[in-house]
Design a protein around this ligand. Sequence first.
Ligand code: AHR
Length: 504
Amino acid sequence: MPNARITVSTSAPIGAVDRRVFGSFVEHLGRCVYDGIHEPGHPTADEQGFREDVLALVRELGVTTVRYPGGNFVSGYRWEDGIGPKEQRPVRRDLAWHSTETNQVGLHEFVHWNAKAGSEPMLAINLGTRAELEALDLVEYTNLPTGSALADRRAANGAEQGFGVRMWCLGNEMDGPWQLGHRDAVDYGKLASRTAKALKQLQPDLQLVACGSSGRKMPTFGSWEREVLEQAYDDVEFISAHAYYEPVDGDVDSFLASAVDMDRFIEEVAATIEHVRAEKRTDKQVFISFDEWNVWYQRRYETVDRISGDDNWPRAPRLLEDVYTVTDAVVVGSLLISLLKHADRVKAASLAQLVNVIAPIMTEPGGPAWRQTIFHPFAITSRLARGSALRADVAAPSIATERFGDVPAVDAVVTRDGERAAVFLVNRHRTEAITVEVALQGFGSPAVSETAMIADDDPDAANTVDDQDRVTPIPNESASVADGVLTVTLPPVSWTAVGLTATD
Ligand code: AHR
């Protein structure tokens, strides 16, 4: 059995773990909103039609922020459609997903739902088919105290107090040719800068996210970030990154190493931020909002799911309803390790998405809600990863992959918050178990407080409506600490979290 050795020192902190890294995403897409979080006829529905069983799972997932209402949807969205009496709200064609949007859920309902979910709303502004004026109107309506037309309209619609939304995305994936209002980087950067300046005249403490690349493989990746930031660096707090992973042509080894791609993506965007920061001769630091990431079987969407046809505009169709396996959950766990390893750069992130659409939570109309495999590493990491992330120096056997060359079979990160610490580990090897020794320097006399592992004899096992708990976390009984060294064996294709108490 091969071994790996990891050294962690409390004297080498990467940065504080921003709780907003455990965000998620609700888009008006498929059954994420309608028949997902919202189903008025469901036995658990609250007075506004939101499913309490789904809310309980969202709380258990430990989601801190929720990005809304898109995604591609936002680039054709008129926010005014979603306010006021429901019976007067217009029905529209959603061009992004070729669906019918009834607008029965809008801003007020989403804020109500967030309060119950215990999460913070992160709103996206339409900068595809709209511009500064509509953005100003939306922020005035959402946040400002009464005394002006739109804030008073909010009060008339039942919310005297502003909603206090602090994070706003300046459009969505504006680098993508599929996006309504797609434009080049300089054009978008100027629009983002103008919009940000206008919004901050209205409310100076907003935190604004400029669109970065919708993927590291985009032909404009790199120059897009540089050109956008050259226009808007002084005006925004974040630049976004989006990444979705899937096995391509059965290449599971590369898929299991997806976090190597995420590592490089983050480091390249960080380098570009530093480049523009040097050009601007400024001390201001822009951070990364990794506000869409997940496993997504995108080729299935392109070949099976995509809706077309002049007379075919379904309401809440079943779209992007990927069923996740053990392998997918291990990849999601490793992507969380990547985000934490870059805690100095990534200060917000959103698992895309939350319910039914490439989601950790699934529902059936009138029926149950259940956890997909990917639910578990997210929920456990959100619960245990507190305080600061610490660098873990990993010496491990390597795996040859087609996409990334040789990659270490094991990856890890450690977090520490006073007396509580946690070690997160992944074994990407498909056939070999690996025993890891983690030297915990500066942890006093650490002891194991809990363990949780995703591993299974069948890496393709999944949770379904008929077998909702086929895959659940199990303890990793091998974990023990002696003389400040944690020893733990990681089965093939597995993700493990070890909670520790530390005394120094
Ligand atoms: O999350 C699904 C879609 O992926 C989003 O709408 C879009 O932003 C991205 O391309």
